[in-house]
Write a protein that binds this ligand. Structure first.
Ligand SMILES: Cc1cc2nc3c(=O)[nH]c(=O)nc-3n(C[C@H](O)[C@H](O)[C@H](O)COP(=O)(O)O)c2cc1C
Length: 411
């Protein structure tokens, strides 16, 4: 198993008075945490998601936690930075869908502890479902209800389109019909260009190894063009890249090809990377399920190191075991400007900050304020390492930093 270079220590050590202040904040509910962070520590945690400025880097990844308006509303009220909606399966005007097999009803999810091959304990969520199980029409209703909640809160639809075997034709009518429908719904509530994610999911990574590399590369390079050609809409397209079952080195090839300096790829940003796939693990009568934990973040961080000390030529939205501010910062040091979380929002409450509030509020508070592994502690630690004591400092600066400047800290 690959091992990334951690540029940051497991726990940040801070001067005593700073630690004390942070620990005090960790234990209290704050109405405007980002403002508080700016005032008390001269730290700006804001960032970007596509064309949007966001309050901090943490948002919700596409999945079972963004399938209805109530969930999106509680994200918004709980102080999340953005929400990516569950992935809908593209269909044509006559409601046919080549990817019909992705519409699976599977309500049961199991949150389990998982130890990585490198020996770190984290969590994974096991289930056997795939995409949005209902119709496109119902998805559009959900999208519109969500967009109607607030104008300035980023809500991103996600879609899975037809992926033909090599040499076969794409079902272009499904691309056209679905993209136009999503755009029409978007337009009712948004003036800016359509921000859309295309999901290449973990279950696709199980693709038979023979010819898999050629197949995956063909999809990754051809699909963005198909989506952009499918409507007159201006689309800011995010492509959620998969963790394939090909040798680890392929993940780095993918990064270099799509996100390296010579890339002419049509994806506007990349979500790196969807979950790993275990072809042998059984769950609820199905053999072969996706999983996460530190194996996932280890492989993702390692793959993104390919371009260091340079940064990817497209913005990165990180995903995979973001369970602390520290992990978010490790992704940021590889160029990620925000993080999409799923598993973290399903953990036992004891993993969150000890404050009153909703699950989302407590989770975000934990990610921001944990005094030894939270985002603010990490930013204070990095500022100190750079000898910028007390100067205003920001999360965005970290995304541009050469991590070698931090005098690599071995764990
Ligand atoms: C139960 C479950 C359902 C998911 N469904 C989707 C999905 O529909 N579309 C998608 O792009 N990713 C999906 N994912 C992947 C997540 O969006 C996320 O990228 C991944 O779980 C890694 O983040 P995490 O380690 O924080 O969970 C799902 C993940 C889980 C656990």
């Amino acid at each position: 198993m690959v091992k990334p270079t951690y540029f940051l220590p497991t726990n940040f050590t801070l001067p005593e008075d700073t630690y004390k202040a942070l620990n005090e904040d960790y234990h209290q509910t704050l109405l405007e945490p980002e403002e508080h962070i700016k005032n008390r520590y001269s730290i700006d945690v804001s960032s970007f998601y596509g064309p949007y400025k966001i309050r901090h880097p943490f948002g919700k990844a596409s999945g079972q936690l963004s399938t209805n308006q109530a969930q999106v509303k509680s994200d918004l009220e709980g102080g999340l930075a953005f929400t990516v909606l569950k992935t809908v399966i593209a269909e044509s005007e006559d409601h046919q869908s080549e990817m019909e097999a992705w519409k699976i009803k599977a309500p049961r999810m199991e949150v389990e502890k998982i130890t990585s091959q490198n020996g770190e304990e984290g969590y994974t969520v096991t289930w056997k479902g795939r995409g949005w199980e209902k119709t496109l029409e119902e998805y559009l209703e959900f999208l519109e209800e969500s967009l109607a909640l607030a104008k300035n809160y980023p809500i991103i639809p996600s879609c899975k389109y037809h992926l033909p075997p090599l040499g076969e034709e794409y079902k272009v009518d499904e691309y056209i019909y679905t993209t136009q429908k999503i755009y029409q719904s978007w337009r009712k509530y948004r003036e800016e260009e359509l921000v859309l994610e295309k999901d290449f999911s973990a279950t696709l990574a199980g693709t038979d190894l023979a010819g898999a590399k050629e197949q995956v590369l063909a999809w990754l390079t051809e699909v963005p063009a198909k989506i952009k050609e499918a409507s007159d809409a201006s689309i800011y397209l995010g492509v959620k890249l998969m963790n394939t079952m090909l040798p680890d080195e392929f993940q780095r090839e993918m990064v270099k090809l799509l996100l390296g300096p010579d890339s002419n790829w049509l994806g506007d940003y990349a979500v790196c990377f969807n979950r790993l796939f275990d072809p042998n693990k059984g769950f609820a009568g199905k053999i072969g399920v996706a999983y996460g934990g530190y194996d996932l973040s280890d492989r993702n961080l390692w793959a993104l190191e390919e371009l260091l000390p340079n940064k990817p030529t497209r913005p990165i939205s990180a995903t995979g075991n973001i369970c602390s501010g520290r992990l978010m910062l490790e992704y940021a040091l590889r160029g990620a400007i925000n993080g999409q979380l799923h598993t973290f929002f399903q953990l036992p409450q004891t993993e969150y900050a000890p404050i009153e509030g909703s699950r989302t509020q407590k989770a975000i508070h934990e990610l921001l304020f944990n005094p030894s592994k939270g985002l603010v502690a990490g930013l204070l630690y990095i500022r100190d390492k750079l000898n910028k004591n007390q100067e205003p400092f920001s999360f965005i600066e970290v995304t541009k930093l050469n991590p070698n400047e931090l005098n690599e800290v071995k764990r």
